[in-house]
Design a protein around this ligand. Sequence first.
Ligand code: NAD
Length: 480
Amino acid sequence: MEFQHYINGQWTASSDGQTMPVVSPATGEVVAVVAKGTRDDVGRAVAAARAAQPAFQKLTAFERADLCHKVADEITKRREALAKHLALEQGKPMQAEAFGEVDTTAKMWRMAAEDAKRLEGTSPQTEDRRKRIVTIRQPRGVVGAITPWNFPLAIPTEYLAPGLVTGNALVWCPAPTVAGLACLLMECIAAAGVPAGIVNLVTGEGAVVGDEIAGHPGIAMVGFTGSSATGSLVGKRAAGKPSLLELGGNAPTLVFADADIKRAAESAGRGAIWNAGQICDSTERILVHRKIHDEFMHELLKVVAEFKLGHPLEATTTLGPMHTAREIVRIESHLADAAKQGAKIVVGGKKAEGLPTGNYFPATVVDGVRPEMLLNHEETFGPVAAVLTFDDEDEAVRIAHGSPTGLAAAVFTSDVGRGFRLGEQLQYGIVNINEGSAYWQLHTPFGGYSGKTSGHGRLGGRYTLEEMTCVKQIVFDIGG
Ligand code: NAD
C-alpha cells in the first residue's frame, strides 16, 4: 500500500518527494510506504486548515455531528480490512483485540457526535439591571494532534472526533510506525465528506512533523499523547498555547489481604498483559499484602499462563509481538536490573525464538520486586507483571507513590472505607476500586495527576469538548 499526505482535501506528496516504509512487527515485511513529511508540508497543512476553519465553524453542531456519524459508518464498512492492517502494522492480535479497537473507534466518533449536540453555554447572573450575559463555547481554531502507536485508531480519534465536531480544523501527525493505518483512517474521514482542509494528515518523523506542529504559530492548541519525555518537549514547543498532554504511566495495583484474591489476580494479570502491556494505564506494578502473597501468585500465574503468544493474524493468538525492537531493549534492561538486585523472574523473561521477527516477548511475571528497582519507578510498557509486597496501608501508598507518574491506580479490598480513603489519597488521575487500572469508560475524564509526569488536561466525553473549545462571554446592554 502506498500513501501520501492528506492536505486540503487532496492526497499529496512531500515537498521533497521523500517516502518512508512502515514495517510490520509481526512479519518484518513492509506493509505500507508513506510520505516522509517536511516542515513545509506542515506549513501547507496549517494554511489549509486556517483557510477552511471559519466556514466550518458556522455549521451547526448537529451538521458536524452528522459528519462524525458518517465517519463511523465508513469505519464500520471497512471493519475487516482495518482490523487486519491494525494487527499487521501495530502487532495486536486481530481476533482478541484489533476488531475491538476498530469497533471502539467507530463508537468514539458517534459518542463525540452526540456529546457535541448537548454542549451548552451559560447565562450568568448580572450585578447591573441593564445588562444580560451569555457564555458560549467556540472552537479553538486549528488544533494540532500528535499521536502514538499503541492504539493507532482509537487515540487519534480522541482528538479528531471532538476537535472536528466542535468546529475546529486539525493537523495530525501520527507515529511513523503506524502511518499506514493513519492513512486508512484518513480515507474514512475523506469518504464521509468532511470538507477540504478540516482534517489534514502529515506523516513523517515526530522530531520534524510533530515538532513543527507543536511550535507553529498558526496552531492554536496542541493535543499530544505519547511518552513523558516527548511530552515535555512538546509542552515547551507549545508554550503559551492551550494543550492537552496525555503522557506515560506506571500504574500500581494494591491488593489487600481482605480482597477477592481471584478477581484481583484476573484483573491485574489481564491488565498487565493486554496489548502486550503497551497501554498507558497498564497494570505495571502489583503491590500485594505479604499475608496473601503466595495465594495471589498462584492465581496470577494461572491467568498469565492463558495468554498465547503468536502471529497476530492467528485466530488463537492473544498476545502479539512488541511494536518495535526498541520496546524489547527497554523491557530487557528493566528485567536485568530487577534480576541483578535479587528479584525472581517466575515465568517468561526472554525473547521468544522461532517466530517471524525478534519482537515476540512472552507474558512475564517477576516476583520479589523492590521499590528501588526500575520496574517500580519507570514505565516498562511491556507484558510484564512486577509483584511487590507490603505490610500495611502506609507502606503500600509509599510504594505506589514511588514512581513519578500519576495516571491510573487500582485498589482491591473488601473494606469500603479503605477503598474510599485510598481513592482520595492516591496521587493518580484515576483510581479504580475493585477493578483493574486499565479500566476506563470513554465518556469519563482521563488524564494525569497534577505535579506528576503523566501530563495535564482531561480526555473523554464532554471533557475533551470543553478542552477543545474556549469560553466566550457576550454582554448585552438592554437599555431601559
Ligand atoms: P513517543 O513520545 O515516542 O511518540 C508519540 C508521538 O510523538 C509520535 O507521533 C511521535 O512521532 C511524536 N514525536 C516524537 N518526537 C517528537 C518531537 N520531538 N516533537 C513532537 N512530536 C514528537 O511515544 P510512543 O512510544 O509513540 O507511545 C508510547 C507512550 O505513550 C508511552 O509512554 C505511553 O504511556 C504513552 N501513552 C499515554 C497515553 C495517555 O492517555 N496518557 C495513552 C497512550 C500512550
